[in-house]
Ligand binder design. Structure first.
Ligand code: NAP
Ligand code: F7E
Length: 343
């Protein structure tokens, strides 16, 4: 019998890669999409067209992680073997503007799924994956960060995800459920949302190269992130649910880069020669003809910044036999080539 997976957050970056991955593994994939006034299924629409995937079973349902009834009903109808909770208001800066909604979706969303598994008496059948985050480490800059590093979240997003992390452990310990947290460091791809910094930089510099945009405005250029490729990271989610026992795992590349260096790397790939001048919010980059290419804008600074994230994924390497396949350079090339194809 084919296994059934249910993905909350199927229309997002990770949801779309995970759906492709599970379909290739012969799962029946169910996904939950939200009602929206514009089409929000662009990241998964191709699944119906791709010859190697289209014969597989892929079903989308309407639902919302803030709506217990829809969550409970879907889990009851589908009775999945595996549930992946990737649904979230996932933008850290936006979480400062919409803290209550972020808590409702990102913290209580996990609880609603866990409780629905219990309510439907599926504790023995259904395994649960919770999309945890390196944002849990927040102000704890002791690097590299691993499963034992203390959490100190620095945003309403991070605090909401802390609740989701612990409620997942609580249901595992109290009800013996197969529930795991993946503590995933930043992962990007051509499908990354346009307001996250890597995609914003790639899209703007491609447009600047093609003379379709003049200047890219950003916030803090000096935060350091451990950026991997989303395609590699979704495999780790699945591997966690194939283990004998449920455990939590850090998933990361183990390499750290500043936002400024990411700009330099993208510029290099695009053969855009840029030179930096000034300091702090006045720091700017110019091209050879002295055109302003990058400038800082206080709109993009956060009330509190997470300065340094660097993951230690030794446990995943050892127990899941997982390691990233993509380098930062190949991630950047992938993102640039996908962006350039649009023109
Ligand atoms: P994403 O692209 O922002 O996708 C989020 C998904 O959640 C979308 O499908 C979105 O639907 C859905 N969603 C949001 N609110 C919802 C609600 N109320 N009900 C149902 N669905 C809802 O995020 P991602 O990068 O794929 O990340 C996936 C998960 O991993 C998220 O939980 C994120 O917090 C976490 N995470 C991400 C990273 C990373 O670097 N990417 C790292 C660590 C953890 P719409 O398409 O309709 O908006
Ligand atoms: O910011 C700085 C910003 O929004 C990265 C989410 O997937 O990963 C992501 O959260 C850094 C920050 O990602 C701009 O201040 C500068 O220091 O791309 P980001 P994030 O905040 O690290 C974690 C692991 C998640 O779990 C989240 O869901 O870049 N930065 N200038 C900027 N960031 C943005 N977005 N826009 C700027 O203009």
């Amino acid at each position: 019998m084919k296994k059934k997976a249910l993905i909350f957050g199927i229309t997002g970056q990770d949801g779309s890669y995970l759906a492709e991955f599970l379909l290739k593994k012969n799962y029946i994939v169910h996904g939950v999409k939200r009602r929206s006034s514009t089409i929000n299924t662009e990241r998964v629409d191709h699944i119906y067209q791709e010859p190697h995937l289209k014969k597989r079973t892929f079903i989308l349902h309407y639902g919302d992680i803030t709506d217990s009834l829809s969550v409970t009903r879907l889990i009851n109808e589908i009775k999945p073997n595996e549930i992946y909770n990737l649904a979230a208001q996932s933008h850290v800066q936006v979480s400062f503007e919409s803290p209550e909604y972020t808590a409702n979706a990102d913290a209580l969303g996990a609880l609603r799924i866990l409780e629905a598994i219990r309510f439907n008496k599926l504790e023995k059948k259904t395994k649960f994956y919770q999309a945890g985050t390196s944002e849990l480490y927040g102000l704890n800059e002791k690097v590299p960060q691993n499963e034992k590093t203390l959490f100190h979240p620095a945003s309403p997003y991070g605090v909401a995800k802390l609740y989701a992390h612990w409620i997942t452990i609580n249901y595992r310990e109290a009800y013996n459920m197969f529930a795991c947290n993946g503590i995933l460091f930043n992962h990007e791809s051509p499908r990354r949302g346009e307001t996250f910094v890597t995609q914003k930089i790639v899209q703007a510099l491609c447009k600047i190269k093609l003379k379709k945009q003049k200047t890219l405005f950003l916030g803090n250029l000096y935060s350091k992130r451990d950026w991997g490729h989303a395609k590699d990271f979704v495999e780790a989610m699945w591997l966690m649910l194939q283990q004998k026992n449920p455990e939590d795992f850090v998933i990361a590349t183990g390499n750290q880069t500043t936002v400024k260096n990411f700009i330099n790397l993208v510029s290099k790939e695009l053969k855009l020669k840029i030179r930096w001048r000034g300091k702090g919010i006045k720091e700017r980059a110019f091209d050879e003809d002295n055109n302003l290419i990058v400038a800082c804008d206080k709109t993009y600074y956060r009330p509190l910044e997470v300065n340094s994230l660097l993951g230690d994924a030794k446990k995943a390497r050892k127990k899941l036999n997982w390691k990233p396949k993509s380098s930062l350079k190949s991630l950047i090339i992938d993102m640039i080539s996908s962006e350039m194809q649009k023109y």
